[in-house]
Write a protein that binds this ligand. Structure first.
Ligand SMILES: [Zn+2]
Length: 397
């Protein structure tokens, strides 16, 4: 009589898919890919010696699970390595299973064909709110709120990346795709085989050639939002939520940060050139451009709005050609910056775009900047009040 589970190529119990892991006493047998791994050290209590261990994330396409590997081999374990491990322990931490590999475990390299075949329907369904850094092995059903393509340089190659926003009933997430899945704004899609990375402090979904995208009915998904109709949110609330992909703020311009005005960019990567040098491409001939970094205050907090050339020209009323002509007449770039400052300080603006946190606060990468008409006397009074409130050094006691 034959045993259908017998497998001469392996020993012990059959493999368990990561989505089926449950904390328990019995050691299990898994095949999984190393998604991320970090070598760390701990002090072994028995002899007080520093010993290495590995900590990271494993995925077999059905789920991703954190692991700890005590007494690991000396050779580095690279991201992407596929491992077959027997005798591993499953524990639960904060409601999710985790794997421990220890001296009782046996670990050997394995090939991609040994990973369990993944049916997208087997992957757990996630909502946008549930996505966390380095997640993979999930399905997501969402609607495309916006999508567009742009050319980017990868090394010396020019490649096309499709970028946009996905929404479901729980939130919004930015995505980028190296493959053209033929997506349009408003499409409802089921995505599997994508992963999550942190970009500018916010989760971003990355689709590659292994990802599957299927159009679905989208019953229950919210409709694509009218991106131009969102109402402004309090900056304090955006700080509390660490930014937003669909941000809208309204406030007064209370500052202009350098570099603003006329800047020079690397012709290859568009990064600002300093002293004729690009940090990536060395000595280059910079290409003139306009930008402004506006500090916008709404009374609850402030953000830095990174306005590009078109928005800067619209706010300033000075185009790039005229800025260059002015520079020829009086070769002092700070005059241009103060002319721009004179024009923008005190304006009330409504700004829509992506809002990302960094060490200094929130940055807005605008899709649209609108001037909001205000009463001039009220504007002057409000500015005076803001500056009086902010500048404690001139306070009278
Ligand atoms: Zn460059």
């Amino acid at each position: 009589m034959s045993d259908p589970t017998a497998d001469p190529g392996s020993e012990g119990p059959p493999e368990v898919r990561l989505k089926d892991l449950r904390a328990g006493d019995a050691p299990v047998h898994i095949v999984a890919r190393v998604v991320s791994v970090e070598r760390r050290e701990y002090t072994r209590p028995a002899d007080g010696r520093r010993r290495p261990f590995l900590a990271g994330l494993l995925s077999d396409g059905t789920a991703s699970v954190r692991f700890t590997w005590w007494e690991p081999p000396n050779e580095p374990i690279e991201r992407g390595t596929i491992l077959r491990a027997t005798g591993v322990q499953v524990r639960e931490y904060q409601g999710r299973p985790e794997i421990t590999i220890n001296f009782r475990s046996r670990v050997a390299p394995a090939g991609p064909a040994e990973l369990p075949p993944v049916d997208a329907d087997d992957m757990p369904l996630r909502t946008i709110r549930e996505l966390t850094a380095r997640d993979e092995g999930f399905r997501l059903e969402a609607r495309i709120a916006r999508v567009g393509k742009k050319a980017v340089m990868v090394g010396t190659d020019q490649r096309e990346v499709h970028e946009g926003l996905l929404i479901d009933g729980t939130g919004v997430v930015a995505f980028s795709s190296w493959s053209d899945f033929g997506l349009s704004s408003g499409d409802a899609v089921r995505i599997s085989g994508a992963y999550v990375r942190i970009f500018r402090g916010r989760p971003q979904l990355v689709l590659d050639s292994n990802s599957l995208v299927a159009k679905i009915e989208g019953v229950g998904l919210p409709p694509a939002p009218d991106l131009a109709a969102s109402a402004p949110r309090r900056i304090a609330d955006l700080e509390a939520s660490q930014g937003s992909e669909l941000g809208c703020v309204e406030g007064i311009v209370v500052g202009l940060l350098p570099p603003s005005g006329l800047v020079y960019r690397c012709p290859t990567c568009r990064r600002p050139v300093q002293g004729g040098l690009c940090t990536t491409h060395g000595a280059v001939t910079g290409v003139a451009d306009l930008r402004s970094r506006l500090v916008l205050d709404d009374g609850t907090g402030s953000v830095t709005v990174n306005a590009g050339r078109a928005e800067t020209e619209a706010l300033w009323g000075v185009g790039l050609d005229e800025a260059l002509e002015r520079l020829r007449r009086s070769p002092d770039p700070s005059l241009l910056e103060s002319s721009l400052a004179d024009e923008v300080l005190g304006l009330r603006l409504r700004v829509r775009g992506r809002v990302y946190p960094d060490d200094f606060g929130l940055n807005v990468y605008p899709d649209a900047i609108e001037k909001v008409a205000v009463d001039l006397d009220a504007r002057a009074a409000e500015l005076a009040r803001r500056f009086a409130g902010a500048g404690g050094s001139h306070g009278s006691a």
